[in-house]
Design a protein around this ligand. Structure first.
Ligand code: UDP
Length: 238
């Protein structure tokens, strides 16, 4: 048998912020818009998504107000699953087959995380949505995005950002002379403490030579363009 040309496969990281439109909970209009942009790429690119949960709970914040950290982190993970279900719903409405895979078992709403099965879903044009983070307290969904991308053999991690369209030389909200970078190495990001994703996640990408692109959600069709491989933000490589 001749080897079959593999399609582009991406891991899209959507933070909880994106789901809530800056507020607590899920903003259906926003989620529908994102789902439609993802739907436009199905059949061309294989898409897996890691969903954050900051629009519901962040473990570190709950723990700062007195909760046990691990329990608070589990609340954070459960929040991500609600985002997964919202995204699943709007993707299905847009005509896309989807599967949610959760790192915490909850058979009624999601499959268990099984990486080989996730790959099979993508090969069949299903979008796979990973929920409940790693299922482990003290982790972030950024780290999970890097880990899942490696395990399902994605070509790139796409970090969708709200309110900013890439990595800048300085904080563009504070420094008007800041310019957007086309490219950055993980080394530079780590040394300069540029927080495009958390350090654990960045180290994992660096050690495993996984490429990342940081881009802004806001532009017209930006999510579609990023998935299709257009360079609209900042590329981060080793
Ligand atoms: N979380 C966790 N382990 C994981 C992923 C997430 O404990 O593997 C918890 C953690 O408390 C985190 C919350 O879930 O604050 C929501 O995830 P995150 O903050 O990464 O979401 P985002 O910032 O992307 O919205």
């Amino acid at each position: 048998h001749l080897p079959v040309a593999r399609r582009r496969r991406v891991l899209l990281k959507l933070s909880g912020e994106v789901f809530g439109g800056g507020k607590l909970g899920v903003d259906p209009v926003t989620v529908r818009g994102i789902a439609e942009q993802i739907a436009a790429t199905v059949g061309t690119v294989e898409v897996a998504i890691v969903v954050g949960g900051g629009n519901f709970f962040r473990g570190a914040e709950l723990s700062a107000s007195g909760m046990d950290r691990s329990r608070a982190d589990y609340m954070g993970m459960l929040g991500t699953v609600m985002n997964c279900l919202a995204l699943q719903d709007f993707l299905e409405q847009a005509g896309v087959d989807t599967r949610v895979q959760s790192a915490i078992s909850m058979a009624q709403v999601a499959e268990t995380y099984i990486p080989r099965r996730a790959i099979r879903h993508m090969e069949k044009d299903r979008v796979v949505i990973f929920g409940a983070g790693a299922g482990l307290p003290y982790f972030s969904t950024d780290t999970v995005a890097a880990q899942r991308a490696l395990e399902v053999d994605a070509d790139v991690v796409l970090m969708a950002k709200s309110g900013v369209d890439g990595v800048y030389t300085a904080d563009p909200k504070k420094d008007p002379s800041a310019t957007k970078l086309e490219h950055l190495t993980y080394e530079e990001a780590l040394i300069k403490d540029i927080r495009v994703m958390d350090q654990t996640a960045m180290t994992m990408c660096k050690d495993n030579k996984l490429e990342m692109m940081v881009f802004g959600m806001e532009g017209d069709g930006n999510v579609t363009r990023a998935i299709l491989g257009e360079q609209i933000g900042t590329r981060v490589t080793v």
